[in-house]
Design a binder for this molecule. Structure first.
Ligand code: GLA
Length: 731
């Protein structure tokens, strides 16, 4: 049993294999206090941790200091206006212009399994895999109900949270803030960890001390963003990869968000996460409800590795969906960096023929196949084939690629419109815009108003036409500019605060429709590289393009940051041409292969321009992807050394779940002047089993490899790499 209620103690408990979460009903009024979250404990009577009785603070005893009570209670869902001055989860504006909210316990239910949050993405689980607690809290003045959902997974140390807000009043009410989760922790010298970045430099790990006051991250770009990923963690100052306590939150959402950490005067640290309140105002008519997106909570008592393993297991098995969820993804050749917009059927087929000879499994035709699209100034929105480039249509090209023994995939950017397009000329109002202001163009394009059903229908109709007439087995869904000038022709003063969220719901609706109509499609999300690498997208696509930066060395940091939270099985990673189009760096073909091998593998270059020697390496690389790649896709990932931290070399490892195989990618970024090989202690092996190493065939116990270490090969030069494997042997 993962969820229970102890009526004597008035405590709810949620247990996962190694963690416990306790919620207490406090005082006669029934406030919802947060009593405990951490390593698994058997006790329920943990209310003392809230310290509320120390100063006789509870209102039934000391009503003259009610404010002090509100402002010091570790709470489950903080509300604005009555005395909790810390970050609030819920703020409203009622019909009389009042903003205060106060919630008390009303009742609860324990639900087997996990209710779906559709139309929002969310983690899922069967009745034997998780259990859900629904606590109904109520504001009797506003007649506002808040149902707090907590799901505890039975095999994974994750707890998910969301809130459903129901207006039971006969008056409308506006939600001006509706966060998904709040976690009040005692102060323990925490560091805040976030994934900060930029275009082509996504998800760089940033760790700094939590300081008194507020610090946080957010996005107002309409997408979750490359700048700040919707992930935040509090790690004990002394926590390392292998040890120490870590509390993390990750938002299953793909739009504007906010995550804050606040250290209060009371010595509490509050972590909150939800939809960004700027530009948000949601109207609830009588009996209407608003469902917040889900937050995934992870606690690890064994450092960052523990946190990472939990996220990876949860997302691989309980977030990603579809026939490819547990499958190796086909190796691809994508023509973007090979040709950009400058291609025709003949050129594409020449590349495809080379690819077919090497054994690459799928050809993905990127931007430029539709409308009038010879550069990025026109054509978006016109999703019909450009017959000048492809005289036999997408269908004809797909058939020829299939005849070469390869599968075929296609790029779309469905959320966009170019001012120079037939769609825009016919329906200028389909684009977001603020009347009387010039468009704020980005990449010379505008964002379609996907809050409107007729706009979604128009885009989808066109996509359906293409997808249903040609043998397309993969779609790369791109999104290449942030939302600005967010004005909708359908909006009124009353509902304009709903646009950002309704836009995200519109994107989810389109992706759901596509997957419903084409259930065998492999969808890869993408947004100017990795702008939308978030758990919301993973519900629709089991993989996401990690970054437009395909330089193998820059990718080390990007992939390390990405893999801190997201499974390797979700990271699109390709071998690109050199010198790198991104930064001019030249790296060996083998190194590019090793760095890409850990993700969803492919090539992104003009194969006809490779040297014979390089081309000859591809079949072996593909064989590695088929064999070793599976260890990265399904195993437990360990960060052994970080180039981002040491500035010299990078070592990452994955161990198969049955501990029979392990794979290690070592990249020597800068040559080791002292000429000594690095002794690297491995992780995750079975101490007692023996493993043979591919480097020299030596056999040692897991204990020896982990505590004695493995001598990494000496490599003479910069940017060199090695792929090392270990296999359990019976000896
Ligand atoms: C974005 C993507 C790239 C490519 C281009 C096409 O930048 O991230 O991979 O598809 O768009 O315009």
């Amino acid at each position: 049993m993962s969820v229970s209620y102890n009526p004597q103690e008035r405590v709810f408990r949620l247990d996962t294999p190694n963690t416990t979460y306790l919620i207490a009903i406090v005082d006669e009024e029934g406030f919802l206090g947060h009593a405990y979250y951490g390593k698994r404990i058997p006790d329920d009577n943990m209310q003392y941790t809230m310290r509320i009785f120390e100063g006789n603070v509870v209102p039934s005893v000391n009503n003259r200091d009610r404010v002090a009570f509100y402002d010091s209670l570790p709470t489950e869902y903080s509300t604005f206006g009555l005395g909790d001055f810390r970050e609030s989860c819920l703020q409203v504006l009622d019909e009389n212009g009042n903003r205060g909210v106060g919630l008390v316990y009303q009742d609860h239910r324990i639900i087997p399994g996990k209710p779906s949050l559709e139309p929002l993405p969310a983690t899922y689980g069967e009745t034997d895999e998780c259990e859900t607690l629904e606590i109904t809290a109520y504001d009797p003045v506003l007649k506002l109900k808040v149902k707090l959902y907590y799901t505890a997974f039975t095999q994974i140390d994750a707890i998910t949270r969301s809130a459903l807000i129901v207006n039971e009043n006969d008056q409308p009410i506006t939600l001006t803030r509706a966060f998904s989760a709040c976690l009040d922790l005692d102060n323990r010298n925490y560091d805040v960890i976030t994934l900060h970045g930029a275009w082509s430099n996504e998800r760089q790990i940033n760790r700094r001390p939590a300081v008194p006051g507020r610090q946080g991250i957010s996005s107002l770009r309409g997408v979750s963003s490359a700048q700040e990923n919707p992930f935040i963690a509090l790690a004990e100052h002394t926590a390392t990869q292998k040890s120490g306590q870590v509390y993390a939150m990750n938002f299953v959402y793909s739009g504007n968000f906010m995550a804050n950490v606040e250290m209060s005067e009371q010595g509490l640290t509050r972590m909150t996460m939800g939809i960004h309140p700027n530009g948000f105002a949601w109207n609830l008519a009588p009996n209407d409800s608003f469902q917040t997106p889900e937050v995934v909570l992870v606690y690890s008592s064994c450092g960052l590795n523990g946190m990472t393993h939990t996220f990876h297991d949860l997302y691989r098995g309980h977030l990603c969906r579809g026939p490819y969820r547990d499958q190796r993804r086909p190796s691809v050749i994508n023509n973007w960096e090979g040709t950009y917009f400058d291609f025709n059927e003949e050129k594409i087929l020449r590349i495809a023929e080379e690819a077919a000879k090497t054994g690459i499994e799928m050809f993905v035709l990127d931007d430029g196949w539709f409308g009038v699209r010879n550069d990025d100034n026109s054509g978006l929105g016109d999703w019909y084939v450009n017959t000048k480039k492809l005289p036999n249509g997408v269908k004809g090209l797909a058939e020829k690629i299939n005849a070469l023994g390869m599968r075929f995939g296609l790029w779309f950017e469905p959320e966009m419109v170019s001012p120079d397009s037939d769609l825009y000329r016919a329906h200028p109002d389909y684009a977001f815009q603020l009347p009387d202001r010039p468009h704020s163009l980005a990449r010379n394009q505008l964002v379609l108003d996907l809050t409107r059903k007729e706009v979604r229908d128009c885009v989808y109709q066109q996509m359906y036409e293409v997808l249903s007439t040609a043998n397309i087995e993969y779609v790369k869904w791109d999104m290449n500019r942030p939302l600005t000038n967010v004005g909708s022709y359908a909006a009124t003063r009353e509902n304009s605060g709903e646009i950002y969220h309704r836009y995200v719901l519109g994107v989810y609706d389109l992706q759901s429709r596509m997957l419903r109509d084409f259930p065998n499609l492999l969808l890869e999300n993408c947004s100017s590289g990795g702008n939308r690498f978030d758990p919301g997208m993973l519900y629709y696509s089991p993989q996401i393009w990690t970054s437009d930066n395909t330089d193998a060395i820059d990718r080390l940091r990007i992939q390390e940051g990405t893999a801190l939270v997201y499974p390797l099985s979700t990271m699109g990673a390709h071998v690109a041409a050199c010198p790198s189009h991104m930064n001019g760096r030249t790296t060996p073909f083998a190194t590019r292969g090793h760095v890409a091998l850990v993700g969803c593998y492919g090539y992104e270059l003009d194969l006809t321009k490779l040297t014979d020697e390089e081309k000859a390496m591809i079949p072996k690389q593909l064989e590695d992807y088929r064999n070793v790649g599976d260890i990265f896709r399904t195993g437990d990932y360990y960060r052994l050394a970080s180039f981002a931290e040491n500035g010299k070399y990078d070592v990452m490892m994955s161990v198969s779940k049955d501990q029979s195989k392990a794979a290690i990618v070592f990249v020597q970024v800068l040559t080791n002047l002292r000429g000594r090989s690095i002794l690297m202690q491995l992780e995750g092996l079975d101490e007692n089993r023996k493993y043979r190493c591919n480097l020299d065939g030596s056999v040692r116990t897991g204990a020896a490899w982990m505590y004695g270490g493995l001598l990494l090969p000496k490599l003479a030069g910069d940017f060199l790499s090695a792929l090392i494997t270990l296999e359990a042997v019976e000896e």
